[in-house]
Design a protein around this ligand. Structure first.
Ligand SMILES: NC(=O)c1ccc[n+]([C@@H]2O[C@H](COP(=O)([O-])OP(=O)(O)OC[C@H]3O[C@@H](n4cnc5c(N)ncnc54)[C@H](OP(=O)(O)O)[C@@H]3O)[C@@H](O)[C@H]2O)c1
Length: 241
């Protein structure tokens, strides 16, 4: 039986690494993207070269409230089932208190928290039928907030709560877990001084890799007696004093 994984934000960076590792583990991948369509198509082509009929590409702006249900309907229409939902797509934005208003709050919460909720809701019946799983990408900043990023940190703290709540609501058929990465890939407009300060607080004294995060997602996808858990992949950052 071909297992199907929907990975949101799968074109680039961490999402592409998760899609690659799940694909190597035997899943067919429904690659979701918003703007990075050419990267998603190229990744799908690489998957097709490795195994014909093992990928599909789906475009959706998850800030739109109706987009999650449409996306899941499209994926299930294409594949006929769904075994795994990986909520990876997110927006990471600096939001100084004085500057970030209700619109900024709603935009970040809509993408980082409401969309995973609506995707899980839309996928619940198919995941139940498959005995499937959900893995949410959260962040060490959910518990140890980053200055001037209150909305992002709150969105990820909310997603930790959602992970545990859905683990109750969808049990016993569907397991719901989260991976909390630390410093993996710097934001594309990164600041070198700030990066050095982050590294100084990581016991393992280096960034993690996309493969480290993808490995944790793959583990949770197949961990049949684990639900409602958050697995930190952060080089020990979350235990730093
Ligand atoms: N990078 C890290 O070190 C790190 C650390 C801790 C936690 N995380 C978490 O791990 C996950 C992946 O991290 P990342 O750095 O690879 O993420 P990213 O590059 O910031 O974003 C991943 C994807 O999210 C999609 N996205 C953004 N807004 C969207 C919207 N409105 N609708 C649909 N898709 C949207 C984008 O897709 P398109 O490009 O197609 O527009 C983007 O490629 C995120 O949840 C992040 O919060 C990452």
């Amino acid at each position: 039986m071909q297992r199907i994984a929907l990975v949101t934000g799968a074109s680039r960076r961490v999402g592409a690494g998760i899609a690659r590792q799940l694909h190597a583990g035997g899943y067919a991948i429904a690659l979701h993207c918003r703007r990075s369509t050419s990267e998603a198509v190229a990744l799908a082509a690489a998957f097709e070269d490795a195994r014909t009929g093992s990928s599909s590409v789906h475009v959706a702006d998850l800030a739109e409230p109706a987009a999650a249900a449409t996306l899941v309907t499209e994926v299930i229409a294409h594949w006929g089932r769904l075994d795994l939902l990986v909520n990876n797509a997110a927006t990471f934005e600096e939001t100084p208190l004085a500057a970030a208003d209700a619109l900024a709050f709603d935009r970040i919460i809509d993408i980082n928290l409401r969309a995973p909720y609506l995707l899980a809701r839309a996928a619940a019946a198919a995941l139940r039928a498959a005995g499937g799983a959900i893995v949410n990408l959260v962040d060490v900043y959910a518990e140890r907030p980053k200055v001037a990023h209150a909305i992002y940190c709150s969105s990820k703290a909310g997603l930790v709560g959602l992970t545990k709540a859905l683990a109750r609501d969808l049990a016993p058929a569907v397991r719901v877990n989260a991976v909390a990465p630390g410093a993996i890939l710097w934001p594309e407009q990164g600041d070198a001084g700030e990066q050095a300060a982050v590294l100084a607080r990581i016991p393992l004294a280096r960034c993690g890799s996309v493969e480290d995060v993808a490995g944790a997602v793959c583990y949770l996808a197949g961990a049949h007696y684990v639900t409602g858990q958050v697995l930190a992949v952060d080089g020990g950052r979350s235990i730093y004093d």
